[in-house]
Write a protein that binds this ligand. Structure first.
Ligand code: PMV
Length: 331
């Protein structure tokens, strides 16, 4: 019995998180060192091999098993709340493909992307599930539709998502993203090196996005001004990246971090990791993703990577990933 597998990378936001929710541009790149994987197999009656064995064949949503050992979840779709991100992803695929009688199958999910840490785990899981399940059903969906369905699931994760996470994860390319505009894939004439450090604090994006929204409602013009400044940083960063000068991005990253701190989406732990990166010789550093915890990123010269990584570890980073933006994308 064939297994239909799809995987999707994590992501980091280089510039523009939060401001992107309010129409400003942002830049994100895939992080392929961490991935979500979904495998869909048909359930088969006892006595046969392959797939999941079931004594009596259930019907309807009970026929679909959702198995996510990473979060200790194993249940049928009938027993999973419709607003659970995994049911939402599966049900959106059934709806898109007009499936009225779901086939008896198991959707198994495994992810190495840390949860609630700004690395896009929610979007990657959704994209992997949508791709594997639509292939299993005989109609692999085009990437635009995969991204659009994953956006629907992002509403559960982020409240008011910008769409950047589902876009970068689906297309698996560095993107310049602005709501309402076609996604632009960035040209990367020169590679650059990023360290991604986990602050060790998990921070659900929806909570932080909700707090920023309340701040914006209380002081719309003050917040809009900050968002516009952040959007300008994304535009300048794009120019530097596309003109082959990524090593000049550092000051823009420090500035973006300071602006995010003013929006109250940093944390003492993130601030001290950014400071440790600066002192140990990183070209630039900032929080990445929803903030208040989760990931920070540091731009480094290749020869300085080990020293900056050691300083981040010393400052309490839980887990550090080194990634090369540009070269890996061309593989
Ligand atoms: O925390 P993450 O990895 O889900 O990134 C969120 C990025 C935000 O700009 C804060 C929200 C959004 O939907 O763009």
């Amino acid at each position: 019995m064939p297994a239909y597998t799809a995987s999707a990378p994590g992501k980091i936001i280089l510039f523009g998180e939060h401001a992107v929710v309010y129409g400003q541009p942002a830049i994100a790149v895939p992080l392929s060192q961490v991935r979500a994987r979904a495998v869909v197999t048909a359930n088969i009656p006892t006595g046969q091999t392959g797939g999941e064995r079931l004594a009596s064949p259930p019907t309807g949503l009970s026929a679909v098993i959702v198995d996510a050992p990473d979060i200790s979840l194993r249940t049928t779709l009938a027993d999973l709340p419709a607003q659970h991100p995994l049911s939402r992803a599966v049900l959106l695929v059934f709806e898109a493909l007009h499936v009225v009688k779901p086939p008896s199958c198991t959707v198994r999910i495994h992810s190495t992307i840390p949860l609630a840490s700004g690395l896009g785990s929610g979007a990657a899981v959704s994209v992997a599930v949508i791709r594997a399940l639509s292939a299993f059903l005989g109609h692999p969906l085009p990437l635009e539709q995969v991204s659009a369905l994953a956006f629907e699931v992002e509403v559960i994760h982020h409240g008011t998502p910008s769409g950047i996470d589902n876009s970068v994860v689906t297309f698996n390319k560095p993107v310049f993203y602005q709501q309402g505009q076609p996604i632009e894939i960035l040209k990367l004439p020169a590679a650059f090196h990023i360290l991604v450090a986990d602050s060790g604090q998990s921070s659900p994006t929806a909570v932080v996005v909700g707090d920023v929204r309340r701040g914006w409602q209380a002081d719309p013009s003050g917040y809009e001004a900050q968002f516009t400044t952040i959007g300008d940083l994304s535009r300048q960063a794009r120019q530097l990246i596309e003109s082959g000068s990524p090593d000049s991005l550092g000051p823009l990253m420090f500035r973006n971090h300071a602006l995010l701190s003013q929006l109250d989406v940093s944390s003492p732990q993130l601030d001290s990791l950014v400071e440790a990166a600066r002192i140990s010789g990183a070209l630039g550093a900032k929080l990445s993703g929803g903030g208040r915890g989760g990931a920070m990123i540091a731009l480094v010269q290749e020869q300085d990577a080990a020293r900056v990584a050691a300083a981040l570890q010393e400052a309490g980073a839980a887990h550090i990933i080194q990634t090369t933006v540009g070269r890996a994308g061309k593989r």
